[in-house]
Structure formats: structure tokens, C-alpha cells
Design a protein around this ligand. Structure first.
Ligand code: ATP
Length: 406
């Protein structure tokens, strides 16, 4: 269909990037990236009309997204030439051909295309010997200035290496080391750093990639207050594994509760850093105000709560709830990762699995039926009943009613 819609306008259409890579690796990939030789935006409009979907355009970059009713998404770009005025600058855009488009990509494994026009449908386009790199499982940049243009590609190289079990080629490793020594981290790329870091921290197992980041001395760039080697290898190794275990544990509870895993890891990595260092990190990498506030609140609340939990081994359930109830799931899992004492871990896990859901059986309606008039006392009574439930003083609604009427 895509090829036919393109052909009608005399455009060439190609599937590119990760989709082609994963297709050749026989791995599923539901993100279809299309490059058009022609006008990508006009094409997106025609395709959306043809498929009965919607489209959103980005004039400046000549890109668009076609959104289908079933949730499937197709990214469309115009084959283009990017001029880098200075390292890590944002690109300006001009129409050009598929070869130039592919030559600007991050790694050879991502620089292949498949023709979609009917006459040549399915033809693999490989200008840079990419297929052979894919077979050899190596990650290679396309040219020596690749990391100068965009240092966030270093994070991508590490992610692909660890996710797919590939190897970064020796030459590309040298270029990474050069980029790190030259401190080539331009301002415009900062947002991309954080988004790449978030993808790494959201992988099924981000620990090997984090280890690799530290091997390339990138921790000192991300978290300059940490002494790179000692802390990363010894202490962080351990608590990062704990973070991963907490995240897997939470997933296995099948609560269907969304959790931003990257936040759990970020809080864990920065567990010994004061709040203002976390804020400085968010600012430097241009994190949104919403996420910055969220992370700040979790850090402050968790560091305080863990202190309280640590001090008292025999806390009542109602006290555990009072201590943890303003903390979100990312914070709770972070606390599980850094808790050293067993009774602290136990308190948090029982809060996550049961305590936080516990409610009194008696409701506001019941209180009205018992002759109470709605008002501020209602909440007090219901909170009291909840605590009784939590601490085992009432196990049924009858017992709760008895407590109220007493
Ligand atoms: P994933 O499976 O993680 O989505 P992907 O390869 O599809 O992997 P995307 O981030 O969606 O990754 O990027 C799509 C394509 O765009 C890549 O395959 C690559 O060709 C190109 N690309 C993405 N980021 C860069 C970059 N920083 N520099 C050059 N090319 C890039």
C-alpha cells in the first residue's frame, strides 16, 4: 500500500532504520520508519487518507506521523541533507536522496533501506556493507566525525551493544574514547542525552549498559559528584541489582500499575547525592519541570521515610502506612533498592502488596445510616477505622460498627 501511494505521486518510498535491521534479524519491530524521496508531508497526507487514519506533520523537519485507528504508527521522513554548522547543532533541512539520508544515520546496522515501490518491492538497499556488519554483530559508525556531530550516539551504541549482544567495533570504541577525552558534549545535544539515557534505563536489564557507560568514563560526565570507579563498581553494582530486583518483583505482582523504571534507577544511582545535585542534573539535561518536581519529591520523601522505618523495628501497620502513603511507586521501589535492613524491605513490600489497598468496610453511607451528619469528623472516623483494620483491631464491618458506636 505504502509503495502504491508513493508510486502514484512518482515518489520513492523506503522502509529504513531499526525496522530493516530487526527484519533481517527476524525480530519483531512495530515501529515502521519510512523515508520518502519526494515530499514526505504530502505523502503522509495521502497515506492517511488512503488508510483512513490521521496524520501529524512537523514542517521544519519535513517529517510526519500517520496514526491508524488500531494504534499502529508510521513515521515518515523526507530524504534529506543535514548541514551541521557546528558540532552537535540542530540540523537544518533540505530535500535530497536516500543515500544521503542513510549516510547520516548512527550505525551501519541502522543504515539499510528496503524499497517499497511496487516495481522493486522488497529490494534491500545497502550502500555501506551494512548487512555484513549485522551478520558479524558489530556496531560501527559510518564516519569518523559521527560522535562529534552527535555525542548522544555513544549512548545508542552502548544500548544496541548490550540489548542485542553485539560488539562495538575497535575503531568505533576509539572514537568514543576520543569523544569522551575531548569532552565533546555540546549544549544542543543535552536533551538527546537524557532521552537516550532514559531508554537505556528502561531496558529489561540496564545494568550491563550502565557498566559500559562507566567503562567509557561517562559517569563522570553524567554524575560528576560520584567518584567513578570505586563507587560504580562496588556500591552501585549492588544497589542497582537491588533496584532491578525490586522492579521485576513489582512487575510479577501483575498489578498493571504503570511504573517509570528509569526513575527508579536514576533515584538509586543518585541515592547518596543531595537533592540539589539531582535538581542540577535535571536542569543540565533539560528534564521537564513536571518530572523534575516528581523526582525531587520522591527523593525527599523517601530519604526521610527510610530513616523513620530504619529506626523502628516494631512499627504498627498503621504507622507504616502513615510513613509511606505520600510516596509513589517509583519511590517505593527505590526505597526497596537502597534499604539494607530486612525489616525495612519487609515493611515496604507489605505496604505495596496489601497495606496500601486496605480500607475500612464501613463507608460514609453507613455512618449516615448510623445517624452521623456528614462533615470534617467523617474523615477522622474513617481514618480511625482504617487504622483499626490495619492493626488488626477490627476484622469485619460488625466490629467496625461496634468501634464507632462505642
Ligand atoms: P529501537 O528498536 O530501540 O526503537 P531504532 O533503531 O528503531 O531502535 P530509533 O531511536 O527509533 O531506534 O531510531 C530510528 C532510526 O533513526 C535508527 O535506526 C537510526 O537509523 C536513526 N537514528 C536515530 N537516532 C539517531 C541519531 N542520534 N543519529 C543518527 N541516526 C539516528
Amino acid at each position: 500500500t505504502i509503495g502504491e501511494v508513493a508510486q502514484k505521486r512518482d515518489y520513492n518510498a523506503y522502509a529504513v532504520g531499526g525496522f530493516v535491521r530487526d527484519l533481517l534479524l527476524k525480530k519483531p519491530n512495530f515501529d515502521l520508519d519510512i523515508v520518502i524521496e519526494g515530499d514526505g508531508i504530502l505523502f503522509a497526507k495521502a497515506l492517511a487518507a488512503h488508510l483512513g487514519g490521521r496524520y501529524r506533520k512537523h514542517e521544519r523537519f519535513k517529517t510526519a506521523v500517520v496514526l491508524m485507528k488500531n494504534g499502529f504508527k508510521i513515521d515518515i521522513a523526507t530524504a534529506r541533507l543535514e548541514y551541521y554548522e557546528y558540532p552537535a547543532a540542530m540540523p537544518t533541512v533540505e530535500l535530497s536522496s536516500i543515500k544521503l539520508d542513510l549516510s547520516r544515520r548512527d550505525f551501519t546496522i541502522n543504515a539499510m533501506a528496503i524499497q517499497l515501490n511496487p516495481a522493486r518491492f522488497g529490494t534491500l538497499i545497502d550502500f555501506f556493507n551494512c548487512q555484513s556488519d549485522l551478520k558479524k554483530k558489530v556496531i560501527k559508525v559510518l564516519h569518523n566525525l559521527s560522535f562529534v556531530e552527535d555525542p548522544s550516539r555513544i549512548f545508542r551504541a552502548i544500548r544496541f551493544e548490550k540489548r542485542m549482544g553485539f560488539q562495538i567495533s575497535p575503531h568505533t570504541r576509539r572514537l568514543i574514547n576520543n569523544a569522551v577525552t575531548m569532552k565533546l558534549f555540546g549544549k544542543a545535544a543535552d536533551m538527546r542525552f537524557l532521552s537516550e539515557l532514559k531508554i537505556i534505563l528502561s531496558e529489561e536489564n540496564p545494568l550491563p549498559a550502565l557498566q559500559r557507560l562507566s567503562e567509557f568514563n561517562l559517569f563522570q560526565f553524567l554524575w560528576p559528584d560520584l567518584r567513578p570507579h570505586y563507587k560504580v563498581d562496588r556500591r552501585y553494582g549492588h544497589i542497582l541489582i537491588q533496584a532491578q530486583m525490586a522492579i521485576s518483583w513489582h512487575r510479577l505482582l501483575y498489578l498493571d500499575e504503570p511504573c517509570q523504571n528509569w526513575m527508579v534507577y536514576l533515584l538509586t544511582i543518585m541515592s547518596r547525592s543531595p537533592v540539589d545535585i539531582l535538581l542540577r542534573f535535571c536542569k543540565r539535561f533539560e528534564e521537564t519541570q513536571k518530572n523534575t518536581n516528581y523526582l525531587r519529591d520522591q527523593k525527599i520523601l523517601c530519604d526521610r521515610a527510610i530513616h523513620t522505618l530504619r529506626r523502628d523495628r516494631r512499627m504498627k501497620n498503621s504507622e507504616i502506612v502513615a510513613c509511606l502513603e505520600s510516596i509513589q511507586i517509583e519511590g517505593l521501589l527505590y526505597m526497596m533498592a537502597i534499604a539494607r535492613k530486612n525489616h525495612v524491605k519487609k515493611a515496604i513490600s507489605s505496604y505495596v502488596t496489601t497495606l496500601r489497598e486496605l480500607k475500612p468496610a464501613v463507608t460514609g453511607k453507613d455512618l449516615i445510616a448510623l445517624g452521623y451528619t456528614p462533615g470534617p469528623r467523617f474523615k477522622k472516623i474513617l481514618d480511625y477505622l482504617k487504622n483499626c483494620r490495619l492493626d488488626g483491631l477490627a476484622a469485619s464491618s460488625e466490629q467496625e460498627i461496634l468501634l464507632v458506636t462505642k
